[in-house]
Design a protein around this ligand. Sequence first.
Ligand code: 13P
Length: 256
Amino acid sequence: MSRKPIIAGNWKMNNTKSEAKALVEGILEGIKPLDKSKMPDVILAPTYTALWQVQDLIKDEPSIALGAQNVNPNKKGAYTGEISIDMLNDFSVKYIIIGHSERRQLFHESDEFINEKARAIIASNLIPIICCGETLEQREAGITDVHLASQITKAYNGISKDDALKTVVAYEPIWAIGTGKTCDAQEANRTIGEIRKVLTKLYDEDAASKIRILYGGSVKPSTIVEQMAQEEIDGGLIGGASLEAQSFVELIKGAM
Ligand code: 13P
């Protein structure tokens, strides 16, 4: 596989400053003995309030990059409670997760808004991690692939091939998030293969073969090796198992 793997920790609304510090210190300690040349790209996406501290803790560790969990696509202004791309840039954030199912479902974010975010992030030379995923009802109704094709097509609306190459996709079946029910590795592989077909249609095979696509949904140290062995899966977007240093380090090792 020529695509470099990614292990990304989405902390969601967890970790105070002191908890964040302990977690990052544990991760830094755990990766010390690892061969850095074989390590995946590691991303930590803390809450906004811990960004400063995490940035400081990882500043001498080039194998770990900073991520954000969300962003507002507007430059600045009257958007109470929101954070801009320039503000994230201040903290050397490199990746921004957008379109997470929790944002779509709990905060009613539309495909159009997610597309707006993707374009603004790319325009600022940061990397969007564009999430997609189906509900259990959609899976049972046999419309998973159609639904994902729609989400991906809308997320990439108006984005050129050159810019699409600067993005990452995360396939996160909603029924597998935080439930302990991992999507079977072969099925996740098949579904991600379908997402690549959509990217081939939107762009071409070259783009589809270069864009990294992660799997997310109850990824654990016990599942990562089989997941990483799949041709189409380029890494993991991890919630629960990224909140504990030892398990996150095991996930990094599983991707080496
Ligand atoms: P869990 O790993 O806790 O299932 O969360 C997955 C996720 O939503 C990552 O963005």
